[in-house]
Design a protein. Structure first.
Length: 145
């Protein structure tokens, strides 16, 4: 493919919001799978089983922070649509925890410390209660044989 073809394809991609979301989400989801698999294949990861998820969450948060800062605070507005590819698509497929972290940071940056704390505690506690509720519900509806 020559440069004109690539440029034409990239221009089309940048104008198509659904395509940006789908491509970013697919790449992020695949990378999450391979990163978690690679980490869990090492003996040093056995002592802390959620290590793969933690690494995906932290690296995804870092990538989202870079994307947000570059695309919304450093580059001209015409580049903001690329946030759909990197921020919403890729990071959303790679880890939704990154969005939670960015939203918490924005609350802190805006001086809403109590709302940030409520977001952290509420999300973790409510999310954990959600998992427990789901397990109890499924066990009640579909008992083990």
């Amino acid at each position: 493919m020559d440069n004109g073809h690539w440029q034409s394809w990239l221009n089309y991609l940048a104008r198509n919001k659904m395509l940006l979301l789908m491509v970013g989400g697919a790449v992020g989801t695949c990378l999450r799978y391979y990163v978690s698999r690679w980490i869990s294949s090492h003996p040093w990861a056995g002592a802390f089983p959620p290590l793969g998820t933690m690494i995906a969450n932290v690296t995804g948060s870092f990538i989202l922070g870079v994307a947000f800062t570059l695309l919304f605070e450093r580059l001209p507005p015409e580049y903001q649509s690329w946030y759909l590819l990197v921020g919403t698509g890729f990071c959303g497929g790679y880890t939704t925890f990154s969005t939670f972290e960015l939203e918490t940071f924005m609350l802190v940056r805006d001086g809403s410390w109590w709302l940030a704390l409520a977001n952290v505690v509420g999300s973790v506690v409510a999310g954990f209660v959600g998992v427990i509720s789901a397990v109890v519900l499924v066990n009640g509806l579909f008992p083990q044989r």
